[in-house]
Design a protein around this ligand. Structure first.
Ligand SMILES: [Zn+2]
Length: 199
């Protein structure tokens, strides 16, 4: 057993290896100077669906993971055509100064566990943003992260937090392409719009 800094739990060696692998995948695409730090709650349970694991063949990702990927890169105004590569999209995402981080850096299997981990790790998360990521803007993109908003505000991020009516931008229809198209709730487009009004 070992202690994992990513999720603040006692875990086994395989857990630590998977975390290091995710860190290595993400580091490849981390901008030196982060303009926009998107913060999600936690990475997906299915390792194949991890955002920074570029798929040679997009079928390797679940439908929801593909939609998630498309929305996230869209926030940097990157569109993926039918034959676009995820690798190229991630490189462009990096070039534009965007980085996606998770508040809890390991997959969490229930909303209770997520909420407990967020509570436990809140000061660490704020510190990581202030000391390591140092972005120009922060955009939380998951409802449970609303709890972290006051902490970021106390830490001086008020003007540089990108929020939707004081709450994280979220996509209620992620994973449901039809509803998404019908209601025009595309997370990526709304984020891109909010960000372009900033700079
Ligand atoms: Zn962990």
């Amino acid at each position: 057993m070992a202690f994992c800094d990513g999720c603040g739990s006692q875990v086994d060696d395989a857990h630590i290896r998977r975390r290091i692998e995710r860190l290595e995948l993400a580091t490849r695409f981390r901008p030196i100077h982060i303009q926009v730090l998107l913060i999600d709650a936690a990475p997906p349970i299915n390792e194949e669906d991890y955002f920074y694991r570029a798929a040679g063949n997009r079928e390797e990702h679940s439908v929801v993971a593909r939609m998630y990927f498309d929305e996230i890169v869209k926030s940097a105004k990157i569109g993926l055509g039918a034959d676009a590569s995820e690798e190229a999209a991630l490189a462009e995402f990096q070039r534009r100064g965007f980085f996606l981080a998770s508040a809890v850096e390991c997959p969490v299997d229930s909303s209770e566990a997520l909420s407990a981990a967020l509570n436990r790790l809140a000061p660490v998360i704020v510190k990581r943003v202030n000391a390591s990521y140092k972005p120009k803007y922060i955009a939380p993109i998951s409802p449970p992260l609303e709890e972290l908003v006051p902490l970021f505000e106390l830490s001086g991020w008020g003007e540089r937090l990108v929020l939707n009516d004081g709450k994280p931008f979220v996509d209620p229809f992620l994973g449901d392409p039809q509803a998404q198209a019908e209601f025009g709730t595309s997370l990526g487009d709304r984020l891109a719009e909010a960000l372009s009004s900033r700079s």
